[in-house]
Design a protein around this ligand. Structure first.
Ligand SMILES: [Zn+2]
Length: 208
C-alpha cells in the first residue's frame, strides 16, 4: 500500500499575469517527496520550475531542432514510464506534445501547435504528472475532443479522441498554457502517494 499524504495547497496566483482564468494552485512539496524526485534521475523539469507556468510559443515551422526536441521528449517519456509529455517539461517553452497510449502497438503521436477545437461530454478520473511525481488527483475533462495541429513535416493534422486519449491530450495542451492538473483537480482529491513495497498503486494513475 502506498502512504497517502494530503497535499497542502495555498494562495492562488494573481489572475492578471496569466492568459486564462484557471486559478493556479500552488503546492507545498514535502521534503521527502522532493528527495525522491531527485533520486529518480530523469531529465524532466519538476515543479515549481517557472517554465511550467509559462505560455509556450507556437512553432512557426518544424525544423531539425524540433525533431531533435521530439527525440529528447520520447526518450525522457520512456525513461519516466509516462504516457504523454509536453515540451515545457523538457524546459523548452514551445507548443509541442507527444503521447503514446499504454496499449500494445499504440503509435507514438506528435502534435505541434495543438488546438482543441471541440469538446463534448464529461469524464472524471485520476491524473498524475511527470513534473510532479507522486501527486495524484481526480480531474474533470471533456469526454470527447477534436484536436488540430501540424505534424513534424508541417502538414495539418486533425484527430478526434475520446476517453483516456482525450484526457491525455487535454492534460498536455494545458501544459502549453502553463496549466497543471492540480489547477483543475476536484476539491479534496489531491494526495501524495509514496510508493511502498509495491509500486502498483503509483502506477494506477495516468502519468503525463
Ligand atoms: Zn503533466
Amino acid at each position: 500500500m502506498a502512504r497517502r499524504t494530503p497535499a497542502q495547497t495555498h494562495d492562488e496566483y494573481p489572475d492578471e499575469e496569466y492568459m486564462t482564468t484557471i486559478p493556479r494552485v500552488e503546492l507545498e512539496v514535502p521534503e521527502d517527496i522532493r528527495r525522491r524526485w531527485e533520486e529518480r534521475g530523469d531529465p524532466i523539469v519538476k515543479y515549481p520550475a517557472e517554465v511550467l507556468r509559462q505560455t509556450a510559443k507556437p512553432v512557426e515551422k518544424p525544423t531539425a531542432a524540433t525533431r531533435e526536441l521530439v527525440e529528447r521528449m520520447k526518450s525522457a517519456m520512456i525513461v519516466a514510464r509516462g504516457v504523454g509529455l509536453a515540451a515545457p517539461q523538457m524546459g523548452v517553452s514551445e507548443r509541442v506534445i507527444i503521447y503514446q497510449l499504454p496499449e500494445e502497438g499504440a503509435p507514438l503521436r506528435v502534435i505541434i501547435n495543438p488546438r482543441i477545437i471541440s469538446m463534448k461530454g464529461e469524464q472524471v478520473g485520476p491524473e498524475g504528472c511527470l513534473s510532479i511525481p507522486m501527486l495524484q488527483g481526480d480531474v474533470r475533462r471533456a469526454h470527447e475532443i477534436v484536436v488540430r495541429g501540424i505534424d513534424m513535416l508541417g502538414r495539418p493534422i486533425k484527430r478526434r479522441a475520446c476517453e483516456f486519449e482525450a484526457r491525455v491530450i487535454q492534460h498536455e495542451v494545458d501544459h502549453l498554457d502553463g496549466i497543471l492538473f492540480m489547477d483543475r483537480a476536484e476539491a479534496g482529491t489531491l494526495y501524495w502517494h509514496l510508493p511502498g513495497d509495491s509500486e502498483e498503486e503509483e502506477d494506477a494513475a495516468l502519468h503525463e
